[in-house]
Design a protein around this ligand. Structure first.
Ligand code: 6GU
Length: 250
């Protein structure tokens, strides 16, 4: 997968060289290109923002640098894995970023992220971009960040770990809290490792019982408990028939 990011803070995305995403790049599974938006400004101050038409607080990102930056990225289409990328614009007013959207994005050959600072990008940039490629405005949660760069890090990590070959063990996503299947919409319960006793605390005896059916049912119960405590809104989305089927199979 190829990922391009246009930003006034490419250094904010330095963590993409680290850990899972960094290793995915080193293995050639991910090809990340960072672009400095100010490279497409032509005044001495490299201005990327201006006051909003209609008044009001804050500044708006000017259309010209964005237009030229997106032109330059799209020109790479000749050499990229796809003729055009899918563009993602992080904004608190976007559609929610969910595991379903991460799975969908993980199937794209080429993503282009356009994180904004200030009050956002002149609307015409997104309207024009949408005539050339698919554009989605996406929010990572109901709070406001100072800019979209951290949201890009969140989305790239969620997508990268789904790419074939990135995680050591392909089974590792199977029980993800939001993965499809019998445990869909259930949050994962507690986990334990050695030693069996630590500071006077023992692991739950069931976890060392060797009874795999009983362990799976206990995990299911813990997941239900945790979901009702932390995310009661998810309980209604659980498919009881899928939970029953899994229970009978154990
Ligand atoms: Cl995607 N961007 C910004 N700036 N703030 C956010 C967000 C994105 N998602 C939640 N808050």
């Amino acid at each position: 997968m190829r990922i391009d990011v246009v930003t006034i803070f490419p250094e904010y995305l330095a963590p993409l060289d680290v850990s899972l995403v960094g290793k995915a790049c080193a293995k050639g599974l991910l090809d990340v290109h960072l672009h400095q938006l100010r490279d497409w400004t032509y005044d001495v101050h490299k201005t990327v923002d201006d006051t909003p038409y209609g008044g009001g607080p804050g500044m708006v990102m000017k259309p010209e640098p964005w237009g030229l930056a997106l032109d330059a990225v799209l020109e790479q289409g000749e050499s990229a894995a796809a003729p055009v990328p899918r563009m993602i614009v992080p904004t608190p007013s976007g559609r929610p970023f969910t595991q379903d959207l991460a799975v969908e994005l993980a199937e794209e050959p080429w993503l282009l992220f356009a994180p904004a600072r200030y009050e956002g990008i002149d609307r015409r940039v997104l309207d024009e971009a949408a005539t050339r490629m698919r554009v989605d405005e996406v929010s990572i949660g109901d709070y406001v960040l100072a800019g979209g760069e951290v949201a890009v890090l969140v989305m790239v990590e969620a997508v990268a770990r789904l790419l074939p070959g990135v995680l050591g063990n392909a089974e590792s996503h199977r029980d993800d809290s939001f993965a499809p299947g019998a445990m869909a919409n259930l949050l994962e319960g507690p986990v334990y490792t050695k030693p069996a006793e630590w500071r006077g605390r023992e692991v739950p005896p069931i976890t060392v019982s060797g009874n795999h059916g009983a362990i799976a049912r206990w995990r299911r119960d813990e997941a239900l408990r945790r979901t009702s405590a932390h995310r009661p809104d998810l309980i209604g989305r659980i498919d009881p028939a899928a939970v029953d089927r899994k229970d009978r199979a154990l």
